[in-house]
Design a protein around this ligand. Structure first.
Ligand SMILES: Nc1ncnc2c1ncn2[C@@H]1O[C@H](COP(=O)(O)OP(=O)(O)OP(=O)(O)O)[C@@H](O)[C@H]1O
Ligand SMILES: [Mg+2]
Length: 298
């Protein structure tokens, strides 16, 4: 098993508001304005009617790391992510992306984030290229750069050959890579993925893992949710265990395992913090929403 690089709290290199122009072309536009963590949640709470979906979430994702949010069905992972991506409002608590309050500056925050949702976000009736172009327009990628940027991310996701076929003909792994391309077209600094490999076969899964590792190596921070302990162990520098709307434990997989004993696995850690709800089996709607994602595009 390969060991992921372990970023420390101290930045290796710090830039504050760097700007550089070649003529009219802005090459570096405000890199790392604050040195703040990539993602911060403090005391986040959210209710659906009477139901408390998240109940005081505190979370820090450091710049440059790959961070895994783990937890059983219904734990509150997607709700947390939807607040961070401005799809749900901040009702109580704070959510920041690179120091920007997502509630006060939703548009600026959105520009820093690439999001691959748990539900399918690609349209089966459009080609791969058309799907990515639509995201480029949504994110205001300048018109004259659009075609190049779309080609660049399709290339990076190894979809150049399939780019002009409708997405309904793609395999599950290709759809996931297409969704990654969509999320990357606005050149985000943090990529947030909700169960990126659900329903994929081992080959599709490995390809997505490779792409995520390359993106991390290019300096993109990654926050992902997963139910696969192997995935968390293989990819993530640190993980958080979420249960019933709260973060129960945070650390490197090795640290969390060591807390339980010399032989403990990440699955033991998961069961230790979330075991009671596993017996209940989660709510039907939680399981159903997970399944829907596992299906291919129709
Ligand atoms: N739109 C909604 N309306 C009502 N309740 C909701 C809604 N979305 C989520 N919930 C509830 O909020 C809680 C947290 O759900 P959430 O989707 O955040 O969990 P999750 O950790 O992402 O689960 P999964 O692993 O199944 O994706 C669950 O009890 C869920 O039933
Ligand atoms: Mg979810």
């Amino acid at each position: 098993m390969s060991t992921p690089p372990a970023p420390t709290r101290a930045p290796a290199v710090e830039c504050a508001g760097l700007r550089y122009r070649f003529g009219d072309h802005v090459a570096v536009d405000g890199v790392e304005p604050t040195g703040a963590p990539a993602v911060e949640c403090a005391g986040l709470r959210y209710r659906f009617g009477d139901h408390v979906a998240i109940d005081g979430v505190d979370l820090d994702v450091r710049t440059g790391e790959m961070f895994g949010l783990l937890g059983p069905n219904g734990a509150g992972k997607t709700t947390t992510i939807r607040i961070l991506t401005t799809l749900l409002p901040v009702v109580e608590g704070e959510a920041r992306v690179f120091g920007l309050d997502v509630s006060a500056s939703p548009m600026q925050a959105r520009r820093l984030v690439g999001y691959v949702p748990q539900q399918l976000s690609a349209d089966g009736q459009l080609t791969g290229r058309e799907n990515v172009s639509m995201f480029a327009r949504l994110f205001d990628v300048p018109r004259r750069e659009r075609a190049d940027r779309v080609a660049e991310v399709l290339d990076a996701m190894n979809l150049q050959e399939a780019a002009d076929r409708v997405a309904a003909t793609y395999s599950g792994g290709m759809v996931r890579r297409l969704e990654l391309a969509q999320a990357l077209v606005n050149r985000p600094r943090v990529l947030i993925l909700d169960e990126p490999t659900i329903g994929l076969d081992p080959v599709g899964r490995d390809t997505v893992w490779d792409r995520l590792r390359s993106l991390q190596a290019e300096g993109i921070t990654v926050l992902l949710t997963t139910h696969y302990m192997e995935e968390a162990e293989e990819l993530c520098n640190r993980v958080a265990l979420m249960h019933r709307g709260r973060i129960r434990a945070v650390g490197t997989p090795a640290e969390l395992e060591a807390r339980l004993g010399p032989e403990a696995t990440l699955e033991d850690v998961f069961r230790f913090y979330a075991g009671d709800s596993l017996e209940e089996g989660g709510e039907l709607r939680d399981v159903r929403s997970t399944r829907r994602v596992a299906r291919r595009l129709g």
